[in-house]
Design a protein around this ligand. Sequence first.
Ligand SMILES: [Zn+2]
Length: 232
Amino acid sequence: MKLPVILLYHSIAADADDRGEPTRISLDQFERQLDLLRRLGYRTIGLRQLRDRLAEGAGFGRRELLITFDDGYRDNHDIAWPTLREHGFSAVFFLATAWVGGVSDYNRHLSLPMISWDQAADMASQGAEFGSHGQRHVDLRALTPEQAALDLRNAKESLMSKLAPQVPSIAYPYGFSSPVVRQLVQQEGYQLGFGVSWTRNPDRYDLPRMTITRGEPLWRFRLRLLCRELRG
Ligand SMILES: [Zn+2]
C-alpha cells in the first residue's frame, strides 16, 4: 500500500533548552525542516484525504505529507501552530484527553504544561485537526480489553464533544498497538490509527510515522524523507 510521508513531532522549544529530552526540538530545527519541506514542494494533506484515498486505493502524490504532533503540549498552540501557518502547512494534533489543561505528569522525562480545550478549539477554527492519543496516555496493550475499550471510548467522547473532528483518529500512546488494540479501536468508531515504526503490512489502523528527534542534522532529515518516499 502506497502511503504518504507522515511526520511525528512532540514538543517545540522557543529557546535553547537543556533538558535533553530527545523529542523536544528547538524552534530553529523545526523552522529549518519546514523551510526544506517547502523548498522541496511538499504540501500537507488532512485526515479526510488520507482516509478517502486509502479507502479508494487512489495513492498519494510523491510530495504529499501529513504533519502530526503527539501528547498535546501547550507549545503546540503557542509556537508550533503559528510557525506551521507561516509556512503554509497544516497539522494533526493528538491529545491525551485526561491531561488537557494540565501538566504532562505521565511523562517523567518531560513535565510540561498541556494545551487547553479553548486553545485547541481556537486552532481548530483556523484549520488544525485533532485526534485522540488515548485518555490517560497508557500503553493500551497492557490493559484488559475492557479497560482499553473504556479508555478509547472516553477519549473519543471528550474529543467529539469538545472539538467534533470530522475523522475520528488515534495515535497510539508510545506508538504501541496490537491486533487486539486495533480491533478495539475499530469497534469504538475510530477511522484511522497511527503508530510509529515501519510495518511490513501497514493499514489504516497501523500507519507508520517518521519520528523527529532533537538535534538531527538537516541532511539526515532530508535523507530519511527520501527513504520514506521511496519505500512508501
Ligand atoms: Zn505520547
